[in-house]
Every structure is written in C-alpha cells, then in structure tokens.
Design a protein around this ligand. Structure first.
Ligand SMILES: C[S@@+](CC[C@H](N)C(=O)[O-])C[C@H]1O[C@@H](n2cnc3c(N)ncnc32)[C@H](O)[C@@H]1O
Ligand SMILES: [Zn+2]
Length: 270
C-alpha cells in the first residue's frame, strides 16, 4: 500500500515496508499493527515515562467535547488551508484524531499521518478511523519523527509540542506548516474565574529555519448547556484543573458562555 511510504524506521531510519504483521525495515526491525490498526513506533529508550503524553481521561474528555462540534469552525478552516494538490499530510500531536480525521476526509487521495506520544490517544483515533484507508496513526514522538526526509506537503501542529529541526527535516521544500495556538481571548471567562490577572496567551515562536507566510484567526462564541459537556471542557483544559471543587461545581451547574479564539500561523521553509 503506497499510503505508508513516508514512514521510516525509528531505530535505523531505513524505509518501513508492510508485511503480514505490520511494518519492518531491511534491518528486520519489526513493528506490529495493533488490533485498532495503529503502529507503535516509539522506541522504549525514547519513552521517558510509562504513559507519556496526555492522560486517557483527558483524551476521552477531548473526544467527547470535540465530537459535540464546538471546534468545527477550526476544523473547517484547516480543511480550507489544505492545498488541493497535497499528497502527504502530517498531524503532529494528533490526540484522539478529530482534526486528523477532518484533514483526511477533505483529501481522500492524500496519505494522512497522525502521530502522538500518548498511546491512549492514538488508540482512540485509530479505532474511529478503521474505514479511512488514507489515514495512518502511529505512537511516536515529535522530537524524533518516524517520517522520511522532505516527504510531507502539509504539517499541522495543533496545541502540541514539536522540535524545529524535525519539522524542517520532514517537510518538502515547498511544503506548508500550520501551527494552531490559543488566541488572546481563548476561554477568557473561564480563565478569569481561575486567575486574578489573566495573562494573554503569547503567540508561538516562528520555528527555526521557517518564515511566516500567513496568519489567520478563528473566533467563535461558545455556549455549553449540558453539564456533561461543561465537565468534558474542564477535564480537557489543563488550567481548569486548578479550580477549587466549589468553583468547579458552580461552573457545572449553570450554562457556560465563553469565547473560542485560535491563532493560526502558516509557515514555509526559508
Ligand atoms: C492538547 S492535545 C491536542 C491534541 C490534538 N491536536 C487536538 O487538537 O485535538 C496535545 C497532544 O500533544 C501530545 N504530545 C505531547 N508531547 C508530545 C510529543 N513529544 N510528541 C508527540 N505528541 C506529543 C499529547 O499526548 C496530546 O495528545
Ligand atoms: Zn530499522
């Protein structure tokens, strides 16, 4: 299947080829396909904790909240930014795969890779993507991408960490990198219930070796009526873990009204 040809062995960096159990390189490093369909390409020596990345509960809350459609305007904007002729797409820190799946359905003929260091996220993402033949999920670190040099047309990094040198290595010379980060007003009401002085989010730095070629912003009103979805929002939002139990309960018992604000930076290689 041609969809995997951008993957490389995390141990020796040789290309990975499909076999009956999963993937292997010519040095016989074998990576089995998990029953959900994903590949674990994170070598044990690169695993700095037992369960790196976001916790399962946080990822499940994110799945529940995103599936309810609150982030749809951002998904649509990312689909619009995806060049029509993109053949290879990489979503770094894909989590439970909401945006990755959106990118793959917008370009059914492209090979779309979602990687995340959290196995629980990749597992959730892969389970939901069994039907999508153009979508491949891997457990891997953004600090050491299991992706061949200059092989990716379009990279997204949505609220996730990455390493500049790795972004630079895997993107094609004409490729586009899109970084999504919280904007100034993002969840301002919620933040002001937690912090005395709400500091504005700082825009992400331009990755080394790249230049900004465009900027975009997606803002929308957020009204969450159901208690269960309010709880999901609080559970997926790290700063909301600082809420006192009383304040958390107070938020959960009334309708939540706030702003969603995302900044989008678009970059190309210098
Ligand atoms: C806030 S979540 C965003 C998930 C997804 N992009 C979304 O918007 O729904 C950040 C994700 O980055 C992942 N992550 C953290 N460190 C990482 C690393 N070194 N390599 C790859 N993923 C990482 C976490 O496991 C988590 O799923
Ligand atoms: Zn190898």
């Amino acid at each position: 299947m041609s969809v995997m040809k951008e993957l490389r062995c995390p141990l020796c960096h040789h290309p990975l080829l499909q076999n009956t159990q999963g993937l292997a390189c010519d040095n016989r490093h074998q990576f089995d396909r998990a029953k959900e369909g994903y590949f674990n390409l994170l070598p044990v020596q690169n695993k700095h904790s037992r369960e790196p990345g976001d916790a399962k509960e946080q990822l499940q809350a994110r799945r529940q909240f995103l599936q309810a459609g609150f982030f749809e305007p951002l998904k649509t904007r990312l689909q619009e930014l995806l060049p029509p002729d993109a053949k290879t797409v990489l979503d770094i820190g894909c989590g439970e795969g909401y945006f990755t799946a959106g990118l793959s359905s917008a370009r059914p003929n492209a090979s779309v890779y979602g990687i995340d260091i959290a196995k629980a996220g990749v597992r959730l993402a892969a389970k939901a993507a069994k039907e999508n033949g153009n979508l491949v999920y891997c457990v891997a670190s953004s600090a050491d991408l299991p992706i061949a040099d200059e092989s990716i047309d379009f990279i997204t990094r949505i609220y996730a960490p990455s390493k500049d040198a790795e972004l630079w290595r895997v993107i094609k010379p004409e490729g586009r990198l899109v970084i999504v980060a919280p904007g100034e007003n993002h969840l301002f009401c919620l933040r002001s219930r937690i912090y005395k002085d709400v500091r504005p989010h700082l825009p992400p730095e331009v990755p080394q070796g790249f230049e900004m070629v465009g900027q975009d912003r997606v803002q929308s009103e957020l009204i969450v009526k159901h208690k269960e979805l309010c709880a999901a929002l609080l559970d997926m939002t790290p700063f909301a873990w600082r809420l006192t139990p009383e304040l958390r309960e107070a938020i959960l018992t009334s309708e939540l009204s706030d702003t969603l604000d995302f900044t989008i930076g678009i970059y190309s290689k210098k």
